[in-house]
Each structure stands twice: as C-alpha cells, then as structure tokens.
Design a binder for this molecule. Structure first.
Ligand code: FMN
Length: 596
C-alpha cells in the first residue's frame, strides 16, 4: 500500500477490533451506516457457527470525519466484541493468568503450531489463535466499506458471489446477472445477498446448502470459490514499470492475505493455461465507442494495468481447519498423540469470504486510484478521473448537464448543442411526453418515487439516441442508476450558482415556480436553499463544474465546451485528426468544431 495505508489490531475475544485508514481525501460523504451495511453482510451466510449469533457488528467512527464528511486526517474505526464480556477473565490486558484452560494441541491447517513455535507460546496457543482468527476480517470489511464509498462516489462498483462450495458448482449466469457483471458489480453482490449462500440463483444456493449439510453430518468443513468483480474501473490503474506497482500482483497479494484463501485467479487464469493464445486474448476493436474489447478473458488487467474492462478475480478458500471430528495432532505439554483442539467453528465461511474479498479489493483499488490521480480533496479527483474514464473514447459521448433549478441547464444546454450542431434534449420534457401529463401532475397523482422511476426509463431511452446534449432534471442526481448511465455514456457537466442567485433567477418567473412541484407550498426561496444544500454533494460529483454567476448564456456555453474538451484524451485527438476513419453512425463532441 502506498497512497492509502491501513493497519488493524485486535484479538478475537479481546475487547475490540480497531483500524486506521490513512490517505483518504477530504470531503467524502461518509456515515457509519455505509460501514454497518457491509459488516452485516459479512456476518450472514449458511454454515456460520455460533459466534455470529453473539456478535452484531457495528463500527464507531473515532476520528477523521466531521459532520458527515471526511477531513483528510486518519480515519479511526472501532468494533466492540460483544463476546468479550464472557472472556474478560481470560482475555483482559491486566496482569494475571495463566488461563485455566490453555490450548496445547495445535490444529493442522491453522496458525497454532507455526505461530506457537515462532512466538514461544507453546504453553498456550490461544496467544496465537486469537489474532490468527478471521474475526480480524470484520475490521477490514469496515475499512473496505470506506474505500468502497470513495470508489462508488467516483463511479466504480464492487460485488461478489459464490461460484462453488465443495463439489457443488453454480449454474451459468442468466442474462440479467450477466448485464450486472458487466455494468454494476455492486448490484450483482446485493443480488447474491438474497440467497443464504450468496449464490446468484436459488437452485445453485440449494445445492450449496446441501453440500454444507453433508459436511455437517460427517462433522467436517468445506471450502469453495468466490468471484469478485469491479465495474466502472477506468483504464490506467497500476503500472507495468515496476514489480510492486503491477496491480495484478497487488490484488493477488491482498486476496491471499484473507485467512484460508489459497489460490487467486485473474480473469480466465487457470483455464487459459490449457488453451491457445488465439483462444484466450481479447481482440481490440475500433468503433463508435472508440477502442473496445470483444471479450474480457484477461479479467480487466494487462501488464499490471487496468484496461477499462471489468476486473474479475476468483479466489479459492480451503476447508476450515477446525474440523469438528478432530484431526490427529500432538499435545505439546506431553508430546503424546491427541485429537486437535476444537474451538467453536464455522462449517463453511465461503459466503462471508466473498464480502471480505470485496473489501480487500476496494482497499487495493482505492489505493491504486489515489496513486494515479493524486488528490487531497474528493473534488480534485473528479476531472482526472473523468479523463481516464473517457481516454479510450473517440468522442466524449453525450454531454449531460446537471445542476439545481435555475442554474441554466436548459438554456445553456441548448446553446451548447446549437454551437456544436448536436441535438438538445430536456429530460423533463421527455418524461412528460412519454407520460402524456405534466411533471406536476405526475408528482400530484403518483408521487416522487414514481416520477424518479419514469425519469430513469426516459434516460435509458435517451442515451441510446444519436449523441447530443442532455439537460437532466434537478433531482436526477439522487439516483445512483442515473449516475452509472451518465458515466457509461458521456461526460457530465454541473452548472451552479449561489442559492440567492438561483432564487433570483427563478422568482423572475412566477409561473415557472408554480410548475415546479418541489418548490410548491412553503416559502420557495427557503425551499430552494434546502434543496441545494441536500443535493450539493451530488452535483459536486460531476466531471467538471461551472459557476454561472455573472455569465451570459453564450459565454457559459463556450466555457462548457472548453471544459468538456479538456476531458478528452489522445485517442479523441487522434480520431479528430483522422476524422475520415471515424465510424460514420453518429456525430459527437470531438467530431465537431462548433462556432467558438
Ligand atoms: C470469514 C472466515 C471465517 C473463518 N472461520 C473459521 C473457523 O470458524 N474455524 C477455522 O478453523 N478457521 C476459520 N477460518 C480460517 C482461518 O482463519 C484460517 O485458516 C487460519 O487463520 C490460518 O490461516 P491460513 O488458512 O490462511 O493459512 C475462517 C476464515 C474466514 C475468511
């Protein structure tokens, strides 16, 4: 780890687990519920033992966050071990001991013997097993949830699912899960959470449950294979120039550090070793989307650098070493043969290992991202991130204009489109046309959630049209799905102005105020201030932001075009130089010179 460092401490039955994460940019919105969600996901899964019923993990944020935003200072997290109340006499820090029940018979496969010999704890192997226990992964999941929040904010999603448990293999992914696998890994992981084994479908989950039951009947344990996927990953994370900067190596190391993970595969890893090169490597194409791949067998990494395709990592977990029908071992006090110590144990922890692997991948990717983009503040990461995201494109794609009411989305958006000779679309109008009624009527009769659903449908339709400039609704930014669509399909510009100025512009036209359902009722100025405050963090996510205070429409349009151009990379430049090679089907930002 170079840019984002973390350390954890804590014993399994000690008072608490603690973690420190250093290197986060300032200004990232963070709430403990973001962390607790993943802690709960780690604790679920068929096959876990009694401990998970005692612990209901929640994280306390000790430092690094104020009023819901990161400060840029080290983040401190704490998870209390509820079980400590039962272990106070045996696991306290005060002088005392020895433990009346020392562990002296090491478990084959666990850290007991090797650790006991190394640290001279042969009299009580608990001094080793307490820290070697996978309880430590709870705090890693908490730190990983913070890294995931950073990545999500920048358009990267991470998810996982279980591929096999013991001999039981999952069936093939259906069409919808394949789409999520390519486009939204977080939704993929949440879909896996719906089954008790984190399989992506019920029949696979039933076969996993059956395998775990058989292991329980024979008083045994089982491992399996998890798959972790990251989508929205830009080109260019990691580097080919030095062994310890290669992201494939760093991911493999991070995955291997999860207890009981014994093999890691990137893309088609093992299977590729049996095939010809022509059957394995992902052909490069030039088309309307710029440079793209015909397949993703490499799993999103070539030369230790991300190539813009989803990251695909598989990890194999061995069967847990605390086998209830105890394995042969030796009592280190008597040196006589004896059945190994049996600590309360899981039968299978593969479903949880997927959630842990998501956390570990999130930390690894966030580190690589910060290393590549720099950034002491979250705002300073946006533009370089957009540049990476758009770097394989021949054109920036659609230009999405977001911002609060009165920021000039429609007027400036239309002027930008005119200058570039592109079609202009007002998303609110598309919603109204499709619904056959006004937005106020939709709000009045069906409420805001239904309006947001109609808005998402309209956006899905609009992005498939010819490239153009699209003014988004003021609240579209609240919808994560809309962000993913915008990021996949173009560049995002936010227009903004101080709330007083927005109010002044809006109140000039009383009818316009009445037409906006969210300003209805109470004092519209006060309501507008509140809306801007609530949504500011979302508008701030745009690739570039322009404050339109004091600008006329044409000046603002010119600046928007300039800012969008600044996001384009060498491929877009090259495509413009060789415009005859451009695929003919659509026109776009980079293909046009406009009037400026
Ligand atoms: C989520 C999770 C839960 C685990 N639960 C157990 C368990 O209940 N019993 C056990 O013997 N090992 C369990 N392990 C595995 C051990 O922690 C691991 O095998 C041990 O620390 C030795 O490390 P190694 O297998 O990486 O060499 C678990 C691992 C994970 C990831």
């Amino acid at each position: 780890m170079s840019r984002l460092r973390y350390l954890t401490a804590g014993e399994s039955h000690g008072p608490a687990l603690v973690g420190i994460l250093e290197g986060l940019p300032s200004g990232l919105p963070l709430e403990s519920s973001d962390i607790d969600r993943d802690l709960a996901r780690r604790q679920r899964g068929y096959g876990r033992g009694g401990r998970m019923k005692i612990e209901q993990d929640t994280a306390e944020i000790l430092s690094g966050v104020r009023f819901g935003f990161t400060l840029g200072s080290p983040l401190g997290l704490l998870i209390r071990n509820r079980d400590f109340t039962n272990w106070q006499m045996r696991m306290g820090a005060a002088p005392g001991g020895p433990d009346p029940h020392p562990v002296t018979i090491p478990r084959p496969g666990h850290a007991d013997l090797a650790g006991g010999l190394k640290y001279d704890h042969l009299d009580d192997l608990r001094n080793i097993l307490e820290r070697a226990s996978a309880r430590e992964t709870a705090i890693r999941v908490a730190l990983g949830a913070v890294a995931r929040t950073l990545l999500r904010d920048l358009g990267i999603q991470i998810g996982s699912f279980v591929r096999s448990i013991g001999e039981a293999e999952a069936g093939p992914l259906d069409e919808e899960t394949q789409r999520l696998w390519r486009e939204d890994a977080e939704a993929l992981g949440l879909r896996a959470d719906r089954t008790e084994t984190r399989a992506l479908d019920e029949p696979s989950s039933r076969s996993f449950v059956e395998a775990i039951r058989r292991a329980q009947q024979r008083r045994d344990t089982l491992g399996g294979v998890i798959e972790v996927v990251a989508t929205g990953v830009p080109v260019g994370l990691g580097s080919h120039v030095q062994w310890d900067r290669k992201l494939d190596g760093r991911i493999a190391q991070a995955m291997m550090s999860i207890p009981a993970i014994k093999a890691v595969e990137l893309g088609d890893g093992w299977q590729a070793a049996h095939l010809y090169g022509s059957q394995v490597h992902d052909a490069i194409k030039w088309g309307a989307q710029g440079l793209s791949r015909a397949s993703n067998r490499a799993g999103g990494l070539e030369g230790g650098v991300t190539n813009g395709e989803p990251l695909v990592v598989r990890a194999a977990m061995k069967p847990l070493s605390t086998v209830p029908a105890a394995l042969p071992s030796v009592d280190l006090t008597t040196l006589q043969a004896a059945p190994a110590h049996v600590e309360r144990t899981d039968t299978c922890a593969v479903p949880s290992a997927g959630v842990i692997a998501e956390a570990v991948l999130a930390l690894c990717l966030a580190d690589a991202l910060l290393e590549t983009l720099g950034g002491d503040t979250i705002a300073s990461l946006r533009q370089p991130m957009a540049r990476l995201r758009l770097s394989t494109r021949a054109r920036a794609g659609h230009l999405f204009v977001i911002g609060p009411m009165g920021s000039g989305k429609s007027t400036v958006g239309a002027a930008v489109a005119r200058r570039l000779g592109l079609p202009f679309t007002d998303l609110d109008q598309v919603v109204e046309t499709r619904a056959g009624v006004s937005i106020s009527e939709i709000f009045a009769s069906q409420g805001e959630p239904e309006f947001r659903r109609l808005e998402s449908e309209a956006l899905t339709q609009v992005v498939q049209r010819e490239l153009g400039v699209i003014a988004m609704g003021g609240g579209t930014v609240l919808n994560e799905g809309a962000w993913q669509l915008m990021r996949r399909n173009g560049a995002i510009v936010a227009l903004n102005a101080p709330p007083e100025e927005l109010a002044r512009r809006l109140l000039r036209n009383e009818r316009a105020v009445q037409q906006r359902p969210l300003l209805a009722g109470a004092d519209p100025t006060q309501r507008l201030h509140q809306l801007v405050r609530e949504r500011q963090r979302f508008y701030g996510r745009a690739d570039v932001c322009l404050n339109t205070l004091g600008l006329n429409v044409e000046d603002a349009a010119e600046m928007v075009i300039g800012l969008t151009r600044s996001l384009e990379g060498r491929i877009a430049e090259r495509a413009r130089e060789k415009s005859s090679d451009l695929p003919p089907e659509s026109s776009g930002m980079a293909g046009q010179d406009g009037e400026e």
